[in-house]
Design a protein around this ligand. Structure first.
Ligand SMILES: *[C@@H]1O[C@H](CO)[C@@H](O)[C@H](O)[C@H]1NC(C)=O
Ligand SMILES: *[C@@H]1O[C@H](CO)[C@@H](O)[C@H](O)[C@H]1NC(C)=O
Ligand SMILES: *[C@@H]1O[C@H](CO)[C@@H](O)[C@H](O)[C@H]1NC(C)=O
Ligand SMILES: *[C@@H]1O[C@H](CO)[C@@H](O)[C@H](O)[C@H]1NC(C)=O
Ligand SMILES: *[C@@H]1O[C@H](CO)[C@@H](O)[C@H](O)[C@H]1NC(C)=O
Length: 493
């Protein structure tokens, strides 16, 4: 969601061990530390006693997390899946986020957690440790505590009844935060074995979130928690890989056009013709190098915009961000090129808080009328984008608009969120430290195999069954009511 990224390297309680601020707009993605300790070292990082390596070759399989949601900032603006925790198993809706690490769920007792959501067909519930027979609180003196909290909050303790628990705090890019303590319990996940789907289980550490703030409390898009797919040891895919349950490669396909479905699968991707670019070591999460942006075939940006420097740089692939945020001067160059290539004059759509959005009133086919965009990445690979990858639709009483979904990043980072990543198969290959993609119809199955296997399996997407956030009703409120309910739009416009 989109506001100011406040990066806080925090210990628990009020002790802050370091702080840094940059104005990236980041939807729930968090940076809990400096790049050096954010877990970005990926495959080179040694697993600790917390996460023992076993014989993955024999056991590892494919795990499937069917997705729902959309990339529409005026609707849900996030993709989520359903996970199963505890004994007896209970199900929770969690946002999928490649821009952060920890899995956490709203956890009782939590007077500040959201109780309801506007997302249709969803009933929120809290994880209640007292209802699970397999939960175990991670003690703050346990050797796993500093590993789970990845250095931030090392040794931090919080009281849970008579237990001194290992605490966590995570601050996201939109200023929202979650805090609580780590718990260990059983995760049940969908395992794809040849053609039959079954369940597999693993004991994992996750955050029992007892205090949420900011947009995590907004009922318009509240879910039960968030699952980070970053490279840190605490990230669920890393924990599952360390237990030989799955490999270290996963992919998502986020279906656009508000169809509300998609796939998030952990397994070796067998689809042909995927273009890969290297993950840049020691940067935030899945950072890659970009060289230029072409609009209608003409390179229009200053390539030094994307250079990796002492203060970061590069571009972050982040499923937990709805829109996209481009560094300057590339952003201004991009806007100028789109504006001059657009079929009609642009218009500043006013919002009730006095801010405006760069929009075009256009009812024709935007794919043919607006410029195409090509992103050039390290390694000579490209990503071809169409107008729907940088424009989103806004319908208000004065008419139908297409508005710019790429915002100016005031940090040194460019972030590509769902508006760019949708309708593609995007592969995060931690074994080979690379990210890849290709255009893909997310209603189709994805061909995968278990790690080091060549037996193909086809993983089907989640059902697009009308999970919407009542977009029509809320669209009108963008122009009419306060920005509080539309932090994503209002923060940037
Ligand atoms: C796959 O095989 C390679 C080479 O034998 C091995 O290093 C790697 O750990 C294996 N990966 C998994 C997930 O089994
Ligand atoms: C898939 O089927 C083959 C043949 O029946 C079998 O040998 C193999 O173990 C199966 N793979 C998995 C992951 O179950
Ligand atoms: C797998 O787990 C889900 C969630 O607990 C449950 O609804 C489903 O029945 C299970 N499937 C099998 C085959 O056990
Ligand atoms: C892969 O790319 C090559 C070269 O562009 C093309 O000839 C081939 O048809 C593609 N294969 C598939 C399955 O898309
Ligand atoms: C645009 O820049 C990319 C990356 O530097 C380069 O590969 C490509 O040839 C350039 N295209 C044109 C038309 O100059």
């Amino acid at each position: 969601m989109a506001t100011v990224v406040v990066v806080l390297l925090m210990a628990m309680g009020s002790m802050m061990v370091g702080a840094q601020q940059f104005d990236v707009v980041h939807n729930y993605a968090h940076h809990e530390g400096s790049p050096a300790n954010s877990g970005g070292q990926g495959a080179s990082q040694e697993y600790s006693a917390l996460l023992k390596e076993h014989d993955r070759r024999r056991l590892a399989s494919v795990a499937d997390f069917p997705l729902r949601g959309d990339d529409d900032p005026t609707s849900i603006g996030l993709y989520f899946t359903q996970i199963t925790l505890g004994t007896p198993p209970r199900q929770f809706y969690v946002q999928v986020d490649t821009g952060s690490d920890i899995l956490w769920v709203n956890c009782d007792p939590c007077p500040g957690c959201p109780l309801t959501t506007d997302i249709k067909g969803i009933t929120l519930q809290h994880y209640d440790p007292s209802l699970s027979t397999t939960d175990k609180i991670l003690g703050c003196t346990d050797a796993a505590c500093p590993i789970a909290s990845n250095g931030a909050g090392n040794g931090a303790c919080t009281s849970v009844g008579s237990t001194r628990a290992c605490a966590y705090v995570t601050q996201y890019g939109d200023g929202s935060s979650t805090r609580g303590y780590f718990i260990n319990d059983v995760l049940t996940f969908r395992q794809v074995d040849n053609s039959s789907n079954g369940n597999a289980t693993a004991n994992i550490y996750f955050g029992c979130g007892t205090t949420q703030s900011g947009n995590l409390l907004t009922t318009s898009r509240a879910v039960d928690g968030l699952m980070g797919f970053g490279q840190a040891q605490i990230a669920v895919p890393t924990q599952l890989a360390a237990q030989a349950k799955v490999g270290r490669v996963f992919a998502h396909c986020l279906q656009g056009d508000n169809q509300g479905s998609g796939t998030f699968v952990i397994g070796s991707i067998l689809e042909p013709n995927i273009s890969y670019t290297p993950i840049i070591p020691k940067q935030y999460h899945y950072s890659v190098g970009m060289e230029n942006i072409a609009v209608d075939g003409v390179n229009i940006t200053d390539p030094t915009s994307f250079a990796i420097g002492v203060s970061g740089g590069g571009v972050i692939m982040d499923s937990g961000t709805t829109l996209s945020y481009l560094v300057e001067p590339a952003y201004t160059q991009f806007i100028n090129a789109i504006t001059s290539g657009a079929p009609v004059a642009s218009y500043r759509l006013p919002y009730s808080d006095g801010s405006t959005s760069l929009c075009w009133m256009y009812s024709g086919d935007i794919a043919s009328a607006f410029p195409s965009v090509t992103l050039f990445f390290d390694g000579g690979v490209v990503m071809n984008l169409a107008a729907r990858n940088y424009l989103y639709s806004v319908r208000v009483s004065s008419g139908s608009y297409w508005c710019m979904g790429w915002m100016s990043s005031t940090s040194t980072y460019t972030i590509f969120g769902d508006i760019v990543l949708k309708d593609q198969l995007v592969v995060y290959d931690n074994d080979n430290q690379r990210v890849g993609w290709k255009p893909f119809d997310c209603t189709k199955s994805i061909r995968v195999s278990a790690p080091n296997s060549t037996t193909p399996m086809d993983v089907l997407p989640g059902s697009g069954d009308g999970f919407g956030a009542g977009a029509t009703t809320r669209l009108s409120t963008i122009a009419l009511s306060s920005c509080l309910a539309f932090a994503l739009l209002c923060a940037f416009l």
